[in-house]
Design a protein around this ligand. Sequence first.
Ligand code: ZN
Length: 443
Amino acid sequence: MKHSSKLASSFRIVGLAVALVSALPTFVAADDIISQIVARCPAQPRTYAQVTDYLRQLSGASSRVKLQVIGYSHRRRPLLLVTVTDPDSPAAQKMRLFIIARQHGNEPAGTTATLGLVEHFAHAPSALEQAVLKHLEIIAVPVANPDGAVAHQRRNAAGVDLNRDWQQASQPETQALQAAVYAYQPHAIMDLHELPAHSSRASYQQNFVETIGTNGQLPAPLSAYTGAISKNISLWMTRYSYGLNVFYDYPGDSLKLCHRYLGLYQGFPTFLCEVKPGAGRSLRYRAGFHILAAIVVANYLIHNPAAPRPAGPRVMQVAEAADKQTPVRQRLPQPVATGGPGQVQPITVALQTEPTTDSDGNQRMQIMTQVDGGSDFAFVTIAAGGVTRVLTNQRLYHYSLDLNMLPPGECPIVARAHDTSGRMVATQQLTLTVPTAGGTLGR
Ligand SMILES: [Zn+2]
């Protein structure tokens, strides 16, 4: 409960961010949008039957809400897709945010968050929400794994981890989800999860977001878009007292996972959101993490509209067999400016490294960053070998670098401190010597 008052006050800030939408001048009145959504979330997860009943009730009660069946699970339970938008506003002027929740049946926070968002915008209680819905369509699959949700298990009824099935698309659930994503051509995709308490990797023991990184192999506009959004998420999470690491995906990472397949391979801006359960973190607190992330992404989309595209046919099709040779497709018409160099501030950055071996026997380098000074300091990014690996607002601003990811030889490690506008304000570099297999670490 100690989180609730802090959340209630800090959630007001996101409302103010939404208020900055220049085309939508009336937003200040609704400056507590997120606390409203969180407060109306149930304290305990709804059952699958309650979720479907509730969605049907919402779609019956609001012309903004449409419900459709996009497929069926192994046990023939319907896969429900819900949309919320202003039906009278032209589709061409809307940004489309596609939310996938609960691929893992035992992770209810994403479902709770999604229903909270849908309910809130279905009622559209103020001019803020009404104006937002003229520019935004929320498309959501609140329960991507109905059989797993009913059985309280991670996998689907066939025993398959759906979030490892995106490249193969062997399951009816993943096939239906892919067809829906391709039909809607969203401007951003979020995949909502809860990080298991027993997570083995140190990096995964805290809340995190994973998205497309920046390097020469990835389309620059896509990287610019996901990079700017990830900074926005980090800044807002910091203000709302959520610790967060952002990890970046690069070609060569496994494409079995939803956000990587749709991001690295299909070229959509994707965001995996993992909130940490346990330690007394309530369902509302965990759902609040996802709600906050979704509102920040939606807010960014509205502020940074890509050139309008035709709405396109919305005919569901069976997912096409993936052509493994197709390069990442570029779906974002415009790169987004992420700000120039920041003002000079008395911030210093110190870097430390420590070699370790993880439980899988991989050689790793623990990279710790110490930041001193600067009241405006917000977060650190750490780059290895020229690409950013993590963005973190959590001391010790740490990253566990898998040395197998790097070629042997000299490798620059760069830590950069950023201010609350996302601008880089201080930097520090050192050089690691990455050994050949079996060699000794140096720097
Ligand atoms: Zn999960």
